[in-house]
Design a protein. Sequence first.
Length: 328
Amino acid sequence: MNNVTEWLANLPPQTVIIVVVVLLGLRFALLKLPVPAARSAAEVVESLAIAMGLVFLVIRPFFVQSFYIPSPSMEPTLMGHENSYERVHDHILVNKAVYLVRDPKPGDIVVFRAPYEALKDTNRFGIVEKQTDYIKRCIAVEGDEIYIEPGYVLIDSEMYPRSVIQSRIADIFSYENRLNVTRKEDVRVKLVPDGAYVNGRKVSREKLAEYVVGKRAASVEIHPGYVVRNGVRLKEPYTAEDPDEPYPNLEDLERRYALQKAVAAKKLELIVDEGHPRVKLGKDQFLMIGDNRNQSHDSRVWGPVDRNMVVGRSMFVFWPFDRMHWTR
């Protein structure tokens, strides 16, 4: 069913036109038949031709289009993964008209044409063969200043990054067969002030420390990761985990090079002063980041997205049926 839905959603205009012409030809052929049922069949065929033309040649290009979620970068908001336990790929409807009258806002889930840098990074030969649509959440817009701090826990004054906590919990839960996962990255740990959520299950700060160090701890301080936009820490209930890396990342040479390219192109400004290192978005630029912060290839790696690359805003998950819901 997924393959059929995806095929229908991506029918090229040339194929649609051919099918409509064939249907209209069939309609005229049916009308010439001296059989009463032929006229009824001709009306059905005519309706199909009109509906197909409207949907694929008018509505899809200008108003609403369906898209398929291929990866887990937007989980848990939009599912797109496969393992030995399940295969889930959401199909969504995207409003293409909304950004004809306004720009994307922070918090919007946006479909956009992937920047050249993003496509090049995913091909080891550096060759971009065809355009690809990406979907991420808009975190910042033109003029916004933003930075990201990773999450960590202090246990008896020793610091443990969220990634280390995730790895140790994954080892324990895998041994106890407590979660239906096959990879460590499928164990998602989101820190909160009084503990953590492990794949949606609440774990107390005391139990969290016991998982990490194997014993009760005298003191446990939890420091959830966060995003700061224009000096205000964002509340992001939609994220899967705390970010493991800061942004801007001035230590990672590869990401620093991408950052420098974006600065040189005047897509953003890097601010390094007495405050926290941060970036300021340039004119018609948008920072697009996945909700699954540690499994998302996004603006933190290949830079902000130009306004002219924006396609539309995610509206609704229509498949699978048991996941039908409005997206936000």
